[in-house]
Design a protein around this ligand. Structure first.
Ligand code: EPZ
Length: 437
């Protein structure tokens, strides 16, 4: 999609309507942006199913094509990838600077070709997002890594299995090191590994292709090096964060929504919190039904690594807490600052004060429509939720962020009874761009 056009686009939402009905959850963004580069490790054809139709997947496909990888969509969510003839391990800067997950190209190319030159990761702008743990892992395996001219250059004569202890349970470092170690000689163990569902999904994909990865989903992952991988067909998991966003959408609009094609186990921390707030939440095989409470009860949140409360649902749950009776405390422990969205939420009537990594949320603030700007992907989702609950009309710009991670969000919300449309900016008074997209 032409980002220039999307910068002008915005959502127009007439809020204060309860959401009712069913919504189908798409494939997980954070699994897709790991499994697609992981297919570079395979000297053959892979078919990936249940991919979400989002910008980040399109970005990855275009950069793989620029590397000589044959990528063909068999339908809108099924991608055939043939990485048998990769022609370069140098990724051009303009390709991926906006996407955080570009760092997976380093681990995949280093693992397969023992060399990589990849632009430093872009992505959401909340706090410092270093990749020192990724680099520590690559160097432990025997690679030389240099950061220069805004790119990460890595190469190794040989990759040797080793023990790597992560300073923190980094999702990206865990997946990246796992990819780099697939063909390393001997056994690599990653201690203090992250346990998120998309890590397990990526390990399952690689194991299906012939890798030997044990312990994904625990804090110790063992990778035994193999010679090569074979192309297979694999379907990725549903999106945990999209699921949570729609669960919260039901709660904040006084609605009653059945969220389908989910893995309830991945949602346990949010399910428990919504029940604590008074909502009725029923979780069965592959669906979760949320009936809003009225009134909602205040609750405290502490974001933690999986299976704790996910940081990627922090903006959304904080928005819900503005409608709960009482004062709530939200402690963001994973990222330095992930509250940039609060000043936009305040424009809609939220009453939140920030004290470092803590947000103090004063409940039952009356939300009314206004012009706001998404500052990152999940901030955009939070503003959508606030707009759905607010009285009157809200205009949200910087849709590029939201389109990165939410497939068909207008269609899905409309089907639930929301009054939301995408505007190309021509039919509305221009709003000043407050943020670079
Ligand atoms: C992944 O980012 C996700 N992105 C993020 O989702 C998610 O918020 C995050 O994991 C935590 O769950 C993708 O999967 C593409 P981390 P990542 O490494 O890998 C610090 C979304 O909205 N750290 O687990 O970048 C880091 O600064 C996005 O979908 C280091 O210090 O997260 C952070 O404070 C936003 N050094 C903490 O660890 C490193 O080398 C967790 O980061 C790596 C990380």
């Amino acid at each position: 999609m032409n980002k220039g056009r999307v910068i002008l686009e915005h959502f127009i939402i007439n809020g204060n309507k309860p959401l009712k009905g069913k919504v189908q959850i798409s494939g997980a963004k954070n699994a897709a942006v790991a499994v697609i580069p992981a297919a570079l490790l395979v000297d053959g054809v892979c078919i990936l199913e249940n991919l979400p139709c989002i910008e980040d997947v399109q970005s990855y496909v275009s950069v793989l094509r620029s590397m000589g990888v044959v990528c063909e969509f068999l339908d809108e969510s099924t991608l055939q990838i043939d990485a048998s003839k990769v022609c370069t391990t140098n990724i051009s800067p303009e390709q991926l600077k906006d996407m955080r997950a570009s760092y997976y190209l380093i681990g995949a190319l280093l693992g397969r070709y023992k060399k990589a030159n990849v632009p430093m990761p872009g992505g959401c702008n909340f706090g410092v997002r270093p990749i020192d743990q990724h680099i520590k892992g690559f160097e432990s395996l025997g690679a030389k890594v240099v950061i220069e001219h805004g790119a990460v250059t890595a190469h190794a004569d040989k990759l040797l299995g080793t023990q790597i202890f992560l300073d923190m349970a980094s999702v990206g470092a865990t997946i990246n090191i796992m990819m780099a170690a697939v063909f390393a000689e001997g056994i690599t163990t990653i201690e203090n590994a992250a346990k998120e569902p998309h890590i397990v999904d990526c390990a399952n994909f690689l194991n299906m292709c012939g890798a030997k990865i044990k312990g994904a989903g625990t804090d110790v992952i063992r990778i035994t090096g193999v010679e090569k991988l074979e192309g297979k067909r694999y379907s990725i998991i549903p999106d945990q964060i999209e699921t949570g966003t729609y669960m919260i959408a039901a709660a904040i609009t006084g609605g009653d929504v059945k969220v389908c094609n989910v893995i309830p186990k991945h949602m346990e921390s949010l399910t428990a919190k919504l029940q604590e707030m008074g909502c009725t939440v029923i979780a069965q095989e592959d669906w979760i039904k949320v009936k809003a409470a009225n009134p909602l009860t205040a609750a405290n949140i502490k974001t933690l690594y999986y299976p704790g409360f996910p940081t990627d649902l922090q903006p959304q749950i904080t928005t819900l807490l503005t409608q709960a009776e009482g004062v709530s405390y939200v402690n963001e422990t994973v990222f330095d600052t992930r509250f940039q969205y609060v000043d936009q939420l305040t424009r809609l009537g939220a009453k939140i004060t920030l004290e470092g990594r803590m947000a103090v949320v004063e409940g039952t603030s009356r939300l009314t429509g206004a012009d706001v700007v998404a500052t990152d992907l999940r901030a955009g989702a939070a503003l959508m939720l606030a707009a759905l609950a607010a009285e009157g009309t809200t205009k949200i710009s910087n849709l590029y962020y939201i389109d990165r991670g939410y497939e068909k969000i207008v269609e899905k919300l409309t089907a639930l009874g929301a009054d939301v449309r995408r505007s190309n900016g021509e039919d509305e008074s221009q709003i000043p761009m407050l943020y670079e997209a």
